[in-house]
Write a protein that binds this ligand. Structure first.
Ligand code: SF4
Length: 187
């Protein structure tokens, strides 16, 4: 079993960030401590519109148990979540709703596009389907598959955790981030 398979299938404990340790003490930077707390307490908002949402239900179940990653607390309120998980086919009519939900989420926030439909429209190359949610909101991680298995969804969560844990506390007020928001007509 590879290290990643081991991480996906067995209970996890949060590893300490880099720092200096000695007898009775451990010191690290504030940024690393905040990153450690954030990455292990992500609160997902599941925006599930079709079949990929069923795979997410399996991911939450006892066999895969997303609670091992600190993300068992789902939120259906954008105000109390920091990880938007879009799972399923998104019709163009739903686009403004999805965008509004993203805007209502407080910073810092991250987005996973779960499955082919959310990432690119999937097999639905039609007039009514959004050809990827990154046309209306920024996406941090794409999970491939139709549908992706729970292991792939967990792999996406682990990738988000890596991003969150290493994100600078200043990123959200950086020029690059402002430019990204402007690109999506969000101030
Ligand atoms: S990617 Fe496949 S499984 Fe997921 S919502 Fe689209 S059609 Fe359904």
């Amino acid at each position: 079993m590879t290290e990643k398979q081991n991480l996906i299938l067995t209970p996890t404990t949060a590893a300490a960030p880099e720092g200096v340790s000695g007898q009775g003490f451990f010191a690290t930077s504030l940024e690393k401590a905040v990153g450690l707390a954030r990455k292990n307490s992500l609160w997902p908002l599941p925006f599930a519109t079709s079949c990929c949402g069923i795979e997410f239900m399996a991911t939450m179940g006892s066999h895969y148990d997303l609670a091992r990653f600190g993300s068992e607390r789902l939120s259906f309120s954008p105000r109390q979540s920091d990880l938007l998980m879009v799972m399923g086919t998104v019709a163009k009519k739903m686009g403004p709703v999805l965008r509004e939900i993203y805007i209502q989420m407080a910073e810092p926030k991250w987005v996973i596009a779960v499955g082919a439909c959310a990432s690119s429209g999937g097999i639905f190359d039609t007039y009514s389907v959004l050809q990827g949610i990154d046309r209306i909101i920024p996406v941090d991680v794409y999970v491939p598959g139709c549908p992706p298995r729970p292991e792939q969804i967990i792999d996406g969560i682990i990738k988000i955790q890596e991003l969150v844990g290493n994100e600078s506390l200043r990123r959200r007020s950086s020029v690059e981030y402002e430019d990204l928001m402007k690109k999506y007509n969000m101030e």
